[in-house]
Design a protein around this ligand. Structure first.
Ligand code: PEP
Ligand code: MG
Length: 574
């Protein structure tokens, strides 16, 4: 039967492929009783799953992708050890027998018991191994549930697979970068959640906030994903399929056409220059930035170096990653943001979640609370500045006190390098993200001491409108055209321009071509966005007449009527 589900499109384009359901150990594990006569059979099923999971790990070890992190092999070995430990390979069989339950449930119970034991370990490193236990259990569960080959670590992904998940964390999605999935869709998530942001960087059509996709869609069903409108069509008939194939071709053609302006200088019709920079998550993303003609990297979200691993990246490892980006950008500026961990980006997938993670120990707050981690990162960034034009960007600043502490730490990191005679750019610019309303409303605190600003509209909107950006139930309230948002963004740009401090927007608003002219009209001349959006935003700038736009944006700022705002926007974009 064909049916359609609606969600939020987070990354444009059309994908057509087969559903591949994603399971997580902590969710979706069936529990049923079995008769005494089936115990032996159930134990044999469990043993067979262990054998298959072991073979998968061995095969992954033999096909480690080029460019995979050095720790990848060690990580596989740890998983093999965990798999072979009797606590995982034997104890569940005793539970199957004593509780007369299915193998999946016995395994889940044993996993919960092991996690409890790990949580009480004092040694941080050993405690962190519980994440590995969860991942190994997920692998065995997938085999038991008839879907061998853990999705996130497959060695030979299918190009026409569409991942269907209840939820995916940014850490899950970042692993897709080394794969070729056609698309992914999730029940949870909002348009500016980090999961959605990475989807954009993967350049694959994706839809979030579908609510029931994971339960309605069956393995291997044919799906059409329209990432622009947020529509998912399950089991389409021939006519619909043909129509979408055509639309897919047209989309590809448009993208090819845009490539022609890759090297064109970005100026408005009246000759005003505009800079278009790229947001990246991992060093490999530089390729996309270069391909789409980015003027620099406006936001390197370094926290992604931290995800999907049990330990912290060393100073050397970070330095190598930063240096690589700086060298590959070949003299263009690279803005390295210090870790924005916390909220939905956890180092440890199983870590305790704070009562209000978005309002908790996140970003610069976490760095100031973990000075050694911060010091290591600052040294690594400073060292990379010897190899090109590097700028340091601090996320989530809210007060003068935080800013002063941060500048003190940067001074300390510089001093330590001086003592060791290590070269770095002594005049490295330091900038701050303006993404907390309090910072926006006390802008001079930041313009006085910082070399540049970057507006994080994703968080700014989250905190202004009090909507959790990762929560799909309030995602419909996310509104960059809210009069308060427009006025505050305009206020920041005006304030920075008056203080002669360069300002960019690096939130998702910068890559939304519908809003390009609004931001130009506010006086913005630097945009930073996912590389996939660079050329369509450039095309919009090339066709823009600033004088006309400014008149309309002034009208927008005076209006508090949503309908009128939409009309003005439509006029501006016509
Ligand atoms: C933002 O908040 O707009 C931003 C660019 O940072 P992030 O999305 O990583 O929080
Ligand atoms: Mg932010």
């Amino acid at each position: 039967m064909s049916f359609t589900i609606h969600g939020i499109g987070v990354s444009g384009g059309i994908a057509i492929g087969h559903a591949q359901l994603v399971s997580h150990a902590q969710l979706e594990v069936a529990h049923y009783d079995i008769s005494k006569s089936r115990i032996a059979e159930e134990k044999a099923r469990f043993d067979a799953a262990i054998v298959t999971a072991r073979a998968e790990l061995a095969s992954l070890g033999e096909h480690i992708p080029a460019g995979a992190p050095a720790e990848f092999e060690a990580f596989l070995n740890v998983h093999l050890m965990i798999l072979d430990d009797p606590t995982l390979s034997e104890r569940p069989k005793q539970l199957i027998e004593s509780l007369q339950c299915n193998a999946e449930w016995a395994l889940k119970l044993q996993m919960d018991a092991l996690i409890d034991q790990f949580e009480s370990i004092e040694d941080g490193y050993l405690r962190d191994r519980k994440t590995d236990v969860v991942q190994v259990v997920e692998r065995i569960l997938k085999v038991l549930m008839g879907r061998p080959g853990q999705v996130l670590a497959r060695s030979a992904p299918e190009e026409n697979s569409i991942l269907v998940a209840h939820d995916l964390s940014p850490a899950d999605v970042i692993q897709f970068k080394s794969h070729q999935f056609a698309s992914f869709i999730t029940d949870l998530g909002g348009a500016t959640s980090h999961t959605a942001i990475i989807a954009r960087s993967l350049n694959i059509p994706s839809v979030v906030a579908l609510h029931h996709a994971r339960t309605l869609i069956r393995e291997n069903e044919v799906l059409i994903i329209d990432g622009s409108s947020g529509v998912v069509i399950v089991n389409p008939d021939k006519t619909v399929l043909a129509e979408y194939k055509l639309r897919q071709e047209q989309w590809e053609l448009e993208r090819l056409k845009l490539k022609r302006i890759r090297k064109t200088k970005t100026t408005t019709l009246d000759g005003t220059s505009v800079e278009l920079h790229a947001n990246i998550e991992l060093p490999d993303d530089v390729a996309g930035a270069r391909e789409n003609g980015a003027d620099g990297v406006g936001l390197f979200r370094t926290e992604f170096l931290y995800l999907n691993r049990g330990d912290q990246p060393s100073e050397d490892e970070q330095f190598e990653a930063y240096r690589r980006v700086v060298q590959e950008m070949d003299g263009r500026p690279v803005t390295i943001r210090t870790f924005d961990l916390g909220a939905d980006k956890h180092v440890d997938a199983a870590e305790r979640v704070a009562p209000n993670p978005a309002l908790g120990l996140r970003a610069i707050r976490l760095c100031l609370a973990e000075p050694q981690m911060f010091h290591r990162q600052l040294r690594a960034i400073l060292k990379s500045s010897h190899y090109g034009k590097v700028r340091i960007l601090i996320p989530m600043l809210s007060s003068a006190n935080e800013l002063n502490q941060t500048l003190h730490h940067i001074g300390e990191a510089k001093r330590s390098l001086d003592e060791e005679g290590i070269a770095y750019d002594k005049k490295i610019p330091v900038g701050g993200m303006i993404e907390i309303p309090a910072a926006a409303l006390s802008l001079s605190t930041f313009t006085r001491k910082l070399d540049f600003l970057s507006i994080g509209t994703n968080d700014l909107i989250q905190y202004m409108l009090a909507i959790d950006r990762a929560d799909d139930t309030v995602a419909h309230l996310y509104d960059p055209l809210h009069p308060a948002v427009l006025n505050l963004v305009a206020h920041i740009i005006r304030g920075a321009n008056r203080a002669d401090v360069p300002v960019a927007v690096c939130g998702e608003m910068a890559g939304d071509v519908r809003l390009t002219r609004v931001l130009l009209g506010f006086g913005l001349r630097q945009f930073s966005m996912h590389p996939a959006h660079l050329l369509s935003v450039k095309q919009q700038v090339l066709k823009s007449d600033l004088q006309e736009i400014i008149v309309l944006t002034q009208k927008m700022l005076r209006s508090d009527d949503p309908e009128k705002l939409e009309q003005l926007l439509a006029r501006m974009n016509s």
